[in-house]
Design a protein around this ligand. Structure first.
Ligand SMILES: Nc1ncnc2c1ncn2[C@@H]1O[C@H](COP(=O)(O)OP(=O)(O)OP(=O)(O)O)[C@@H](O)[C@H]1O
Length: 600
């Protein structure tokens, strides 16, 4: 982009000096400084003082100079490598560098689109910290579930950098006449593939149509109230740890001659089209090439990935036993468990909150203790906005806790010190696997991930392998045998079958008895059962061959929700629900989309 026009400082887009370009090494951090990348000294101070960032990560060192150059950018880097600051810092740098300070009445200069409320809050939080000393640059956010009129009032006053979810943004673009965006210079898509996967494709196209094309000059050449002349080229930035074919279309309609930035591209030549894969290289000639979905995904090298093969009927006691083991092994554990539905989260959360247990005897009420004594939280899309926010904030600061969640927590959320991710329900597409496990092992920290699979689902490992993701087997029998948590150590020694292991049988029995006397939890179990089967039946495409609903033993599924009822009883409910869903779908003419029909 042409620099040094009227109203701009020449120094806002310094070229990185050759010798300062970071050396590639195996770590996450680059061997250079933020100031060597061309960022303003006050901004570098903010990065250090407010965020504690001493040096840039490698993706920041690669992306910041490119964003500063004004080119459209596509960034593909592993989870937890610092992508947020890679786009926020250069935007703040450029905005603070205008000769005449920008004013609220100039409206919005930068727009960051994110898929979820929590990510919106998180990006806004980082932005606020970066802007602490640049009080004339105003941060703001828009997201579903918030008060529209308050948002309108904030937009009327003017927001310089706006973080938003697509649906609510579109709403304001259409209905808030005081929303000023003629100076819009940057559009960032954070977790681009997820935005599209959630079915926001149409909204995004509409947003792009309303905001003008990818090459349009911001402000149409007119001066802003602070005297900043127009003539800036729009710059669009696309970020994700997993790029897939869905991003192709977005890249085509939103990026012009993009530069690509990606770590470890040598290791994964197929994830992007030829030129896109090479870091910092011009991609203009190859833009029309498709992004291949076959290829390695980027996972933190220090992440330990394992799977545990569990027969359906033993899933619940195995989950409980693994959690107990992990919290007893390390009292400061912070664990996230992923489920496929909101109902499953609610059931397991309430179960864990009330389930008391004595390893010696179930009749010994006086000696029963909480099965898990850690703090537990839940997060899903059916919760009230304020509850979601408080869970998000609380789990962030807890030193030791358990979070039960749907995929609303899978993308982008940065919970410090999470050391283990359990995928109790399979993630479906491999991209989701990558993002879920990416909540741990962030920024070079150690982390482990455990994937639950039923014996019939074991081919899912091959699916992951296609993307360069390999898992080793978790020694569940050894863990059960060596744990003192279930009575006498080694009581199950010699048992080769997990479902007949005394610890598993004992926990299952205790849990079934517990919910018999807890009608509200019993009801939650039934709901969870029904929606779990529906979610299982909704696996798409190739995954249907692995997750075959016909192969499920519904009695065993019921058992995994501690239900003793004949499966046909609950099954009828399921059939009714299925019929209703199909009827509703027919009436609405809604497409069969798994992610949408099962609210996360
Ligand atoms: N230069 C840095 N120095 C120290 N910590 C950093 C630096 N950059 C980012 N971090 C920290 O690293 C963590 C991950 O950053 P961020 O959330 O931006 O990663 P991400 O690549 O966007 O991850 P995801 O793909 O999961 O969204 C955060 O806790 C952030 O504060």
């Amino acid at each position: 982009m042409e620099q040094g026009r009227k109203g701009k400082k020449k120094s806002t887009t310094p070229k990185p000096k050759e010798e300062l370009i970071p050396e590639r090494d195996d770590g996450v951090f680059a061997s250079c400084t933020f100031s060597s990348l061309g960022l303003h000294p006050t901004l570098c101070e903010q990065l250090k003082e407010r965020l504690g960032f001493e040096a840039p990560t490698r993706v920041q060192a690669e992306a910041i100079p490119v964003v500063l150059s004004g080119r459209h950018v596509m960034v593909n880097a592993a989870t937890g490598t610092g992508k947020t600051v890679a786009y926020l810092a250069p935007i703040v740098h450029v905005l603070q560098g205008y000769d005449s300070r920008i004013q609220r009445s100039d409206g919005t200069f930068a727009l960051v689109l994110v898929p979820t409320h929590e990510l919106c809050m998180q990006v806004f939080d980082v932005l606020q910290k970066l802007l602490h000393r640049f009080h004339w640059i105003v941060p703001g956010y828009l997201m579903g579930g918030e008060n529209r009129s308050k948002e309108k009032a904030r937009l009327r006053k003017g927001i310089s950098i706006l973080v938003a979810t697509p649906g609510r943004l579109l709403d304001h673009l259409k209905h808030t006449s005081s929303f000023l965006y003629k100076n819009l210079r940057w559009i960032v898509f954070d977790e681009a593939d997820r935005i599209l996967q959630l079915g926001f494709g149409k909204e995004i196209e509409e947003i792009l149509n309303l905001l003008g094309s990818r090459t349009e000059d911001a402000s149409g050449g007119k001066s802003t109230s602070s005297g900043i002349s127009g003539g800036y080229q729009r710059q669009n930035l696309l970020f994700s740890a997993t790029l897939n074919e869905k991003v192709n279309h977005l890249a085509k309609i939103s990026l012009e001659n993009p530069v690509s930035v990606g770590l470890d591209n040598k290791k994964q030549p197929h994830i992007l089209s030829k030129e896109v894969g090479s870091s910092g290289h011009d991609n203009s000639e190859e833009q029309e090439r498709e992004i291949s979905t076959i290829g390695d995904y980027k996972l933190p090298a220090q992440l330990i990935q394992r799977y545990v093969k569990v027969p359906c009927g033993s899933r619940l006691p195995v989950l409980l036993s693994v959690l107990k083991h992990l919290f007893e092994r390390d009292v400061s554990s912070k664990i996230v468990v992923f489920f496929s539905t909101c109902d499953a989260v609610d059931f397991h959360y309430n179960l864990l909150k009330g389930f008391r247990w004595s390893p010696s005897s179930q009749k010994d009420e006086a000696n029963k203790n909480m099965f898990l004594s850690c703090k537990s939280f839940r997060l899903h899309g059916n919760m009230k906005q304020e509850d979601r926010r408080s869970t998000f904030q609380s789990f962030k600061v807890e030193k030791s806790a358990l979070l039960l969640s749907t995929d609303v927590a899978a993308r982008g959320l940065d919970f410090p010190k999470v050391n283990c991710i359990i995928q109790y329900d399979s993630p479906g597409e491999a991209t989701e696997y990558v993002h879920r496990v990416g909540r741990t092992a962030r920024l070079d920290k150690i982390g482990e991930a455990l994937l639950f699979l039923q014996p019939a689902e074991i081919d899912y490992l091959q699916d992951l392998q296609k993307h360069g993701v390999s898992l080793s087997e978790y020694p569940i029998l050894k863990v059960l045998d060596s744990s003192a948590a279930f009575g006498r150590k080694g009581s199950g020694k010699g048992f080769v079958s997990l479902d007949l292991h005394p610890s598993i049988l004992s926990v299952q029995k205790a849990v079934e008895t517990f919910i018999l006397y807890e009608p509200s939890i019993h009801m939650l179990a039934k709901n969870a059962y029904c929606s779990w089967v529906r979610a299982y039946a909704a696996h798409r495409g190739d995954l249907k061959r692995i997750f075959m609903v016909k192969k499920l033993h519904l009695g065993h599924v019921a058992k995994s929700f501690a239900l003793k009822e004949q499966p046909s009883l609950v099954g009828q409910t399921f059939q009714k629900l299925e019929k209703k869903r199909k009827r509703d779908q027919k009436q609405k003419g809604a497409p069969k989309r798994r992610k949408i029909s099962h609210k996360k």
